[in-house]
Design a protein. Structure first.
Length: 342
């Protein structure tokens, strides 16, 4: 409690608030101990205050940044999307009631709003505050893994497939930033570690699923054109020992070959083979292909069979389809029939 007591006393009096504010401090501590929280707890607040002790002197108005840290997760309702706004309102109202100048209280509220992480921090105090709030991304691997589990625990009510898609989006949004930490000390201390943690987490989320039943498990899948798909599949099963995995009417069949897969699609063999490649992030992949000058056939599209895909031609004219699993879909819901799923 000494850390919390000392921090509160320093920041409270630094703003010129009346009295000691102990009842407000205790109410905030109680909020951080609410049962729906797993990450946004006193552990997170203490870690933030520990980082403030290290870099708080960089702030133009240190007391305001320190009080904003106390309030930034004061209201945490997982069923709402305005927690930062409500926390900012609580900060402004509480500080004004304690005799803090209205301009100062408004600045503290604005700092709390900066932890929405929806815009680049505008000033030095916002930079210090946001860097501290994101310090967890650059934590030691064991602590980062604990943080990842804690976030999942807070969102345990979200279905696994939905959570994986949304979590991957959040992690990628941080990785896509040109710079995570805007203050020099935090950038030097945490930038590389944060990017390692984020890349590993993105990979783990992808590896965890969803394992879409509508798709072969292989990463690279040749797509061969045949005029009679059923006859061709029967021949490959008999002659080469492949196994039918999924049949889509009479025009498309997935075949398993050990750990690999082949798709037969109705068409002219003279059109050549196509390749399907499963990727972690099809939108990022699409952007990379466009930047490299690939002939891309439109934007990625999400299909009813649980895949988000786009197609492109390479420099030799070969057609590739890149596919990201976004849901585990029963093939029966879109006209497919599992024959012998591996």
């Amino acid at each position: 409690m000494a850390q919390l007591h000392d921090s509160w006393h320093r920041a409270w009096h630094g703003l010129g608030a009346r009295g000691e504010g102990e009842s407000l401090r205790d109410a905030l501590i109680a909020r951080y101990d609410e049962p729906q929280r797993a990450y946004h707890t006193l552990q997170h607040l203490r870690e933030c205050l520990g980082w403030f002790d290290r870099i708080g002197a960089l702030a133009e108005r240190p007391a305001e940044v320190e009080l904003a840290l106390w309030f930034h997760d004061a209201i945490y309702d997982l069923g709402r999307h305005d927690n930062e706004q409500r926390s900012a309102d609580l900060a402004r109202e509480s500080l004004t009631a304690a005799g803090v100048d209205g301009v100062v209280a408004a600045r503290v509220a604005a700092l709390v709003l900066a932890t929405r992480h929806s815009a680049v921090p505008a000033g030095r105090d916002e930079q210090v505050l946001v860097d501290i709030d994101l310090a967890i991304l650059g934590a030691e691997p064991a602590r980062f893994a604990e943080y990842d589990r804690q976030i999942r625990a807070e969102y345990s009510f979200v279905p696994a497939d939905t959570y994986r898609v949304k979590r991957r989006e959040v992690l990628r949004s941080f990785l896509d930033r040109p710079r995570l930490y805007l203050t020099e000390p935090m950038h030097a201390a945490l930038e590389e570690a944060a990017r390692r943690n984020l890349r590993r987490a993105v990979d783990e989320v992808f590896a965890a699923g969803p394992a879409n039943r509508s798709m072969p498990p292989a990463t690279v899948i040749p797509v061969l054109a045949c005029p009679d798909v059923s006859a061709a599949a029967a021949w490959l099963v008999r002659a080469f020992g492949l196994t039918e995995r999924l049949r889509i009417g009479s025009h498309r069949i997935q075949l398993a070959a050990g750990e690999g897969s082949v798709v037969l699609a109705e068409g002219d063999p003279g059109d050549g083979a196509r390749l399907m490649v499963r990727v972690r992030d099809v939108d990022a992949h699409h952007a990379m292909a466009v930047q490299a000058g690939a002939e891309v056939a439109g934007e990625p599209v999400t299909y009813p069979y649980g895949e988000r895909q786009y197609s492109a031609s390479d420099s030799c004219g070969h057609v590739w389809t890149f596919s990201q699993s976004v849901a585990d879909v029963d093939p029966a819901t879109w006209g497919g029939e599992l024959v012998d799923a591996p």
